[in-house]
Design a protein around this ligand. Structure first.
Ligand SMILES: Nc1ncnc2c1ncn2[C@@H]1O[C@H](COP(=O)(O)OP(=O)(O)OP(=O)(O)O)[C@@H](O)[C@H]1O
Ligand SMILES: [Mg+2]
Length: 335
């Protein structure tokens, strides 16, 4: 039986994101993450001291959209044509002098609106570096990344903070839910930070949770949820703000096969029925078989690309496995 959560006050911040409201029992970790959230995603400020890790956690919590009044049942149709994401000849060099690593050595590709793209490649091939550059957690050494027609490589810190908040959603391997907030509060926090009117938050959270099958756990804390439920709450948190692009880093990496399948079916539904554009890094050929297209990265460059077309998922899986085998993987894992 689905439980509908009806708490009138939706988040730790109350109706106004700048109003602390009634304090919740936050751990020191949660407090520091929330401090980062408030600073990095406020409309007028950016916290230069925020660490990359905090920024990652922050960004995940607050992937958001400027479309304040959209419905949560279906993303607004986006014009076909220009890509949502355009990666142009990006290079990323780590280190200096004696120890230089070309983690990305000229990567170019586009992701069109409504695509679900998988990124695969051997360990050390540059997948996480690529995701970090697109998510603005890291900066490129050269090249351009254009999201929704805007070049993010030339943005100021303030613009980047707004970009992360308004245009991106994140789902990581570890759901990164705030431990002392309920499922409802974790999802609503992203909307609160974006400045969503408090009265419209419960409806949006409940509707999104129902679509993703986590309406029964909204009053639970993360420690009371299964791994799969946590990931689906994290997906609801990413989706509820209708971001232009959802970035997922091994979203099923910590799940058993049954929970992973449920999560992948949910992501497929987010893509096909809710219009989400998703880029997912994965080691797992089974996970990749749920996407429309897989880009294989090797030594910091795009090595191959497979498109699913009208193929069945099983047939696509078989073709992905051929490339994985060629790259030296085993049992569906590239690394
Ligand atoms: N901060 C860093 N400093 C120096 N080198 C780095 C740094 N981050 C990544 N690298 C190097 O860049 C290369 C690409 O790393 P990256 O983490 O992107 O690989 P990956 O494809 O995500 O691998 P895995 O599948 O193991 O997660 C590797 O050689 C790695 O050692
Ligand atoms: Mg990685």
């Amino acid at each position: 039986m689905a439980e509908v959560y009806t708490e009138p006050t939706p988040s730790a911040f109350g109706a106004n994101p700048t109003d602390p409201g009634t304090p919740l029992p936050l751990s020191a970790d949660d407090r520091s993450a929330l401090d980062g959230l408030a600073a990095a995603f406020s409309r007028d400020a950016y916290a230069p001291g925020a660490s990359s890790a905090a920024a990652g956690r922050v960004a995940q919590g607050a992937g958001a959209s400027a479309a304040a009044s959209h419905g949560v049942h279906a993303a607004a149709p986006r014009p076909a044509g220009s890509p949502i994401l355009s990666v142009r000849s990006i290079e990323k060099v780590f280190g200096s002098r004696d120890s230089v690593t070309h983690a990305l050595a000229g990567v170019s590709f586009d992701v069109a609106a409504g695509e679900f793209v998988g990124i695969m490649g051997p360990s050390g091939s540059g997948k996480t570096t690529l995701l970090n550059c697109v998510s603005t957690i890291d900066t490129v050494t050269s090249g351009h990344i254009i999201v929704g027609g805007r070049d993010i490589t030339g943005m100021s810190r303030r613009q980047l903070a707004k970009f992360r908040r308004d245009d991106l959603g994140f789902i990581f391997q570890d759901s990164n839910l705030l431990d002392t907030l309920t499922g409802f509060e974790n999802i609503s926090l992203a909307l609160t930070i974006k400045g969503e009117p408090a009265r419209s938050i419960p409806g949006k959270v409940n509707a999104m949770a129902a679509r993703l099958g986590v309406d029964g756990v909204l009053s639970k804390y993360p420690y009371q949820m299964s791994g799969g439920q946590k990931q689906r709450v994290a997906a609801a948190r990413a989706m509820v703000c209708d971001p232009k692009l959802i970035l997922a880093d091994e979203p099923t990496g910590a799940l058993d096969s049954r929970a992973a399948t449920v999560m992948l079916e949910i992501m497929e539904m987010m893509n096909t029925q809710m219009g989400a554009t998703i880029m997912m890094v994965t080691h797992d050929a089974f996970a990749a078989s749920y996407t429309n297209r897989v880009l294989f990265i090797k030594d910091g460059a795009v090595f191959n690309e497979l498109r699913r077309g009208d193929e069945s998922r099983d047939a696509f899986f078989a073709r992905i496995m051929e490339v994985v085998s060629f790259l030296g993987g085993e049992a569906g894992h590239v690394s």
